[in-house]
Design a protein around this ligand. Structure first.
Ligand code: MF3
Ligand code: CO
Ligand code: CO
Length: 291
């Protein structure tokens, strides 16, 4: 690429004023292939306009999660929550990325107690006092995606062990995010999540993980929530990822419902909890784009 050409990132700026120094820095780095260290492909680097668009999708997504908070009462069926969120997204000029994704039938995932993720909202699934509930929403807005989930406790209180799982799983996500640093490696995130989970006697789901997001819904890289620091893809400014640890009381093993093909449950029927944020890797650390 010529120094006076337009930068490959699509910013419209000259290469020498945009990603030239960035490319030089990557070129000078030594990648340890034994640790699975790889350079990120250029398609994962978002420019300022891309970032602004994901930020805007994140604002809508956060608003939808706020709306769910007000509906976490005993007796409410999860389809009514899904409907309310769909209406909210429509009112904002956005759509659910879930609906129709690989045939997924609803707008959100609502996963209760032993359901790890991908719980399908249904009229027949009725919230009860003390349930721990994950609501996961991915908003598509002006062609860009933001993905986040939160835990809610129906009625405000659950068993002490359930409340502890909800708290620790949130801490796992937060520590994972705090470990994400530009010019360091992806494995740092999972190492931080996994260490905290195990220190608290919990296991980490490995069959599912986080992902790149932004210009697409599920992009590279796969983000593991356990593993070794200093491994995997290099994190660089402009990458957007989710951190979304699924933390289990008992075994890390999960099953997929044979009838609906989606609902993921713990194999031992013990509790599972998950929090998810969409984060941007910046020059100095991270910015949370949806939470
Ligand atoms: N939002 C989920 C994630 O965190 C994906 C849900 S896909 C669906 O990656 F089809 F189940 F909705
Ligand atoms: Co999600
Ligand atoms: Co996600």
């Amino acid at each position: 690429m010529n120094r006076n050409d337009e930068c490959w990132c699509g910013s419209g700026k000259k290469y020498k004023k945009c990603h030239e120094a960035f490319d030089e820095r990557i070129k000078e780095m030594k990648f340890d292939f034994m640790r699975g260290q790889v350079r990120p492909p250029r398609k994962l680097i978002n420019n300022a306009a891309d970032i602004a668009a994901v930020r805007a999708a994140g604002v809508v997504n956060d608003g939808a999660l706020d709306l769910a908070a007000g509906m976490m009462r005993p007796g409410v069926n999860t389809e009514s929550i899904d409907d309310a969120i769909a209406d909210y997204l429509t009112a904002k000029g956005a759509v659910s990325a879930d609906k129709g994704f690989e045939g997924y039938p609803k707008n959100t995932c609502i996963s209760i107690n032993d359901v790890v993720c991908h719980g399908i909202p249904s009229k027949k699934t009725i919230l009860k006092e003390g349930d721990i509930v994950n609501v996961d929403i991915t908003t598509k807005y002006n062609g860009y995606f933001a993905d986040a989930s939160r835990m809610y406790i129906v009625g405000g209180h659950a068993d002490a062990n359930a409340e502890r799982l909800v708290r620790v799983s949130r801490e796992c996500m937060e520590l994972g995010i705090a470990a994400a640093k530009p010019w360091h490696f992806l494995g740092d995130i999972g190492a931080a999540c996994g260490t905290h989970a195990r220190e608290n006697g919990y296991s980490v789901v490995t069959d599912l993980g986080g992902h790149g997001v932004g210009k697409g819904f599920h992009m590279e890289p796969f983000v593991p929530h356990t593993g070794q620091p200093d491994t995997g893809m290099l994190l660089v400014p402009g990458m957007i990822l989710t951190v979304e640890p699924m933390i289990n009381e008992g075994t890390y093993k999960v099953t997929v419902d044979k009838k609906d093909g989606w609902t993921v449950r713990t194999k031992d029927k013990k509790l599972s909890a998950q929090w998810e944020n969409t984060i941007l890797i910046t020059e100095t650390g991270v910015e949370i784009l949806s939470s």
